[in-house]
Design a protein around this ligand. Sequence first.
Ligand SMILES: Cc1cc2nc3c(=O)[nH]c(=O)nc-3n(C[C@H](O)[C@H](O)[C@H](O)COP(=O)(O)OP(=O)(O)OC[C@H]3O[C@@H](n4cnc5c(N)ncnc54)[C@H](O)[C@@H]3O)c2cc1C
Length: 384
Amino acid sequence: MNFDLSPEQKEIQRAADEFAKGEFDKEVALELDRNHRYPFDILKKACNLGFIGIHYPEEYGGQGYGILENALIVESFCRRDSGIGVCLSIANFSSEVILRFGNETQKKRYLIPITKGEAISAGAFTEPDHGSDITSLQTTAVEDEKGYVINGVKTLISNGRIADFVIVLCQTNPEASPQYRGQSTFIVDKGSEGFEVTELGDKMGIRMTSTTEMSFDQVRIREENVVGSLNKGFYQVLEFFDESRVMVAAQGLGIAQGAFDRAMDYAKKRSQFGQKLVDFQVTQHKLADMATQIEAARGLVYKAGWNFDQGRIEPKWTSMAKMFAGRVAVEVAQEAIQILGGYGYMAEYEVERFYRDARITEIYEGTREIQKNAIASAVIGKKG
Ligand SMILES: Cc1cc2nc3c(=O)[nH]c(=O)nc-3n(C[C@H](O)[C@H](O)[C@H](O)COP(=O)(O)OP(=O)(O)OC[C@H]3O[C@@H](n4cnc5c(N)ncnc54)[C@H](O)[C@@H]3O)c2cc1C
């Protein structure tokens, strides 16, 4: 057994950290967060250096690495800045549905531009009445002689305003029993007639990202934009979640580490009652607890990524990693605020933003409770 990253993986981690250290400026991040603006310039530079889509094969613009290497990048980016890190980590959200299930033409047409920083993707699964439960959907795609026609509404969709295309999960056979056996995924291009995106407004964290409602009114889709086999969409999305939940877990891990770094730094500089905060045993215990939580999360995240790369698609590991790392992110960021005292509450000291950004990792791509259902079902051996 060997817990070490390979020299190549360490080099990827070092390069990602070096990039983030040089490009993620604190004042810029504060401004982007305050004004709900996306870091397009930084994304472009990250693409130029090959950080986005590193897990795609070379023929689709990537470098043929795995989920673990991608997770190392996400962790490093979120550690340096929770907001910019999350933006970069979801710039290609859902593109893996095409990577795993799409045809050659789709992969070349949609994946290569992502790696060049020329396209951003989105994935639309959630609906107003179907969030945790997407086993049945109201958004439909009906076949006619020219292809498919999509009607319906998706909500809480990341990247909506800035995405060049979106993967949309639709009900293609409403008669299917159970209904999820009648769902399919489609690629909808930005600007398609009848496709409208509306920004949902202010939110607690990840404020640099766009969160939107998408409406589809008689949106016409050509046959060539169906991803994979018809009526297999639900299974594709579940498999995609096994991959993407590792990335959310890596976001949580990076956010926790970043909040810890700031708390440690502050505790070593700030004095009260004639001694540094770090010399109070209570602060030392807080830092010890935080460091232990982070290492435990790291173990789960790396194991989940490594498992996926070995071809072991086991929802238990990804759900454990996501549930645990998300909780650790929230708890560590909260404790970091406490260590910084009143300054921790102020935007300038960043940990309040890390805390706000951490919270989403327990909600999107399956809430904490949904992860627990999946873990329970795996360990008990019954349906959750
Ligand atoms: C900022 C942001 C970005 C997002 N980005 C995307 C995106 O890009 N694409 C996309 O498709 N969606 C996205 N979402 C939606 C997100 O995935 C959903 O919000 C999430 O899956 C929960 O669905 P819901 O909000 O409808 O909550 P609900 O499903 O209504 O759940 C409400 C509460 O009930 C609990 N609950 C529900 N069912 C069960 C159960 N069986 N057992 C126990 N507890 C249960 C939940 O855990 C939760 O606590 C995003 C959300 C946010 C806030």
